[in-house]
Design a protein around this ligand. Structure first.
Ligand code: TNX
Length: 503
């Protein structure tokens, strides 16, 4: 038997020993275990190979045995063995799910047919927060596309989907107490030719449920006090006049975009021009109502309140807004998350999680802002823009994406250590999140080209132990995923940096 079995696993497991044998798949191969995991495996194997595995009740009669034992590994971990049979023991349901994803990546075509290499793997994640962020405000993704993105994120062992639901260009979530948000402010996006769209509460619940079935928690974001131009399209009395700062004027001129006008849809790419009216009590009724309705449809522990690029809000008003918004989230029984600028606010709610989007080399101000979240009992999620911003161009010639943080190759996306970005203890780092901002994205295909393969680099840094492997080893493993990605119809950008396997 010729085995092209390279164990192309991404993210790299904590420990792996490969033998020289293999277990060949046969139609009707019996599989036993918890129904959700059995179905996950059967569906994926059938999609990849056309082979149907048979569910059986008795583990003793099965050749693939799936089970849960909390003693086997840390949370979300698993142990996997392939010899004459396959056994996957998850520490919990997510761990079993990830073990099955690993087994699917191990599957390879051989001269004897589809086979798993003899292997022994013990695995568990480095970080608890392994996220992707989708900007559905600049480009709206319908529910089915979000589900596709969820399935694929879970395959890379990611466990958070941060949905950036509101921004200057559009409001994407139905709020019953303020119905004009979606009636008047959801029909635009970051391109005059785009239709926009929004999620009804049922649609949002469907996304949350689908994510949960893949062990992914949805983190909804209502970005405030800036990035709120769309609020003013529905309720002009809630927002200030646009702040026409020099960078906004210069960018609008360069890109040929119109300037923001209060009460009218904005389709340009400028940032930092909008602000809620901080001193009106009506604004705070609005903020509380929105956060309350979002909390009602979001069972997860976190709610993101934005806080980035509030150039149209004075520092004093910004501090007041962040204090008040984070306190409301706490009152709703949830943990606030905010972009790192909110770390400048002395009295932000205790336990607020910061999301760092500056460079791999933080400025002293950024470092101090991040440290403040930790001093207030929170943690920090790392989204360094020159490493994990999925909307940065791969190189200057790439047609999609922006380049304000530089271009980001796959090697740059993977070549950093999450423990070394900020001068904080490792347990102050909640994990890593890779954002996809969508100013230049017009379709799921565009999104995929920016995400893949770089999302795999972010997933590896979030999951695998520090220093788990070299760049040379990562390139080879990543390249060997190409047949799997092709069979899943993922439109990845075939960068020259990676030796993509033909089969
Ligand atoms: C900065 S990063 C933003 C977004 C833009 C993005 C484009 C952050 C918190 N804010 O509003 O979409 O750059 O890369």
């Amino acid at each position: 038997m010729v085995l092209p079995l390279t164990a192309g696993l991404v993210p790299a497991p904590a420990s792996i020993t490969l033998g020289d044998g293999a277990l060949v798949l046969t139609p009707g191969m019996p599989v036993a275990g918890p129904p959700a995991a059995v179905e996950q495996l059967r569906d994926a194997v059938a999609r990849r190979t056309g082979i149907r595995l048979d569910p059986v009740d008795e583990p003793a009669a099965a050749l693939v045995v799936l089970r849960i034992d909390p003693a086997i590994a840390a949370a979300e971990g698993y142990a996997l063995t392939v010899d004459e049979r396959v056994e996957i023991i998850g520490a919990d349901a997510p761990g079993l799910h990830y073990g099955v994803e690993t087994l699917l990546q191990l599957l390879a075509g051989t001269t004897d047919g589809w086979a798993w290499p003899t292997a022994r793997i013990a695995d568990a994640p480095r970080f608890g927060h392994r996220g992707i962020m989708l900007d559905v405000a600049r480009h709206f993704f319908p529910v089915d596309e979000v589900k596709t993105i969820i399935d694929r994120a879970a395959a890379l062992k990611l466990n958070r989907l941060h949905l950036h639901l509101t921004d200057d260009q559009g409001w994407r979530i139905r709020i019953d107490s303020w119905p004009l948000l979606t009636e008047r402010a959801s029909g635009s996006a970051a391109d005059p030719g785009e239709p926009g769209g929004h999620y009804t509460k049922d649609a949002f619940r469907e996304i949350v449920a689908h994510a949960a079935s893949r062990h992914i928690t949805v983190i909804p974001e209502f970005d405030l006090p800036g990035h709120t131009h769309a609020v003013g399209v529905a309720y002009p009395e809630l927002v200030e006049e646009p702040h026409q700062h020099p960078a906004l004027l210069a960018d609008a001129e360069r890109l040929g975009h119109a300037l923001p006008v209060r009460g009218e849809p904005y389709t340009g790419w400028g940032v930092g021009h909008s602000s809620l009216r901080i001193h009106e009590e009506r604004t705070w009724r609005f903020v509380r109502d929105v956060l309350t309705e979002i909390a009602e449809i979001s069972p997860g522990p976190w709610i993101h309140i934005g806080g980035d690029e509030s150039l149209g809000t004075s520092a004093e008003d910004f501090a007041y807004a962040i204090e008040r918004a984070t306190a409301i989230v706490r009152e709703l029984g949830r943990i606030p998350i905010a972009w790192h600028e909110a770390g400048a606010v002395p009295d932000l709610a205790e336990g607020t999680v910061g999301q760092y989007w500056g460079a791999l080399q933080p400025t002293p101000a950024h470092a101090a802002q991040c440290a403040h979240f930790v001093a207030r009992g929170g943690t920090v999620v790392l989204s360094p823009s020159d490493a994990v911003y999925l909307d940065m161009k791969y190189d200057a010639d790439f047609p999609l994406g922006l380049a304000w943080a530089g271009t980001v190759s796959v090697e740059q996306a993977r070549g950093w250590d999450p423990a070394k970005v900020l001068d904080l203890p490792e347990d102050a780092i909640a994990g890593i999140e890779a954002p996809l901002w969508t100013e230049t994205v017009r379709s799921l295909a565009d999104a995929e080209l920016l995400m893949y393969p770089r999302i795999a680099a972010a997933a590896e840094l979030a999951w695998s132990p520090a220093g788990a492997s070299s760049w040379a080893n990562f390139r080879t493993r990543l390249g060997s995923l190409s047949p799997l990605w092709q069979s899943e119809r993922i439109r990845f950008h075939p960068v020259d940096e990676i030796p993509w396997s033909a089969r």
